[in-house]
Design a protein around this ligand. Structure first.
Ligand SMILES: [Zn+2]
Length: 112
């Protein structure tokens, strides 16, 4: 895993007080859940949606979206899957990508 992504994940755990973000769960966070799944499908989904908006993303642009705070939630082992958006929730996936793009626009330096 790239160092900047690893740093970002550690920062995300710290921001959330190393606690699972599933509502009502207070176990220590041991994993990072990705709302849009970090697998090939999720990456393709981000790429295709952005392409439809006229944005051609590089692999590292996709990483920025994939590992953005709005797409990552620290969880315990039990609750990782509960954070994922299902493939069928297209409208939610697209509005989350829009929200992340807006945030990246406003805080270009926050990634570094
Ligand atoms: Zn939990």
């Amino acid at each position: 895993m790239k160092q900047d992504i690893q740093d970002r994940i550690l920062k995300r755990h710290a921001q959330c007080n190393y606690t699972c973000q599933y509502p009502g769960c207070e176990k220590p966070s041991t994993e990072i859940a990705h709302v849009i799944s970090k697998g090939k499908y999720g990456r393709m989904r981000i790429k295709n949606y952005c392409f439809s908006k006229g944005l051609k993303l590089t692999s590292s642009d996709i990483d920025r979206i994939m590992h953005h705070d709005l797409n990552t939630y620290p969880t315990c082992k039990q609750h990782n899957d509960y954070m994922n958006l299902h493939i069928s929730q297209d409208a939610k996936v697209e509005s989350l990508i829009d929200e992340i793009l807006d945030d990246i626009d406003k805080n270009v330096k926050s990634w570094k």
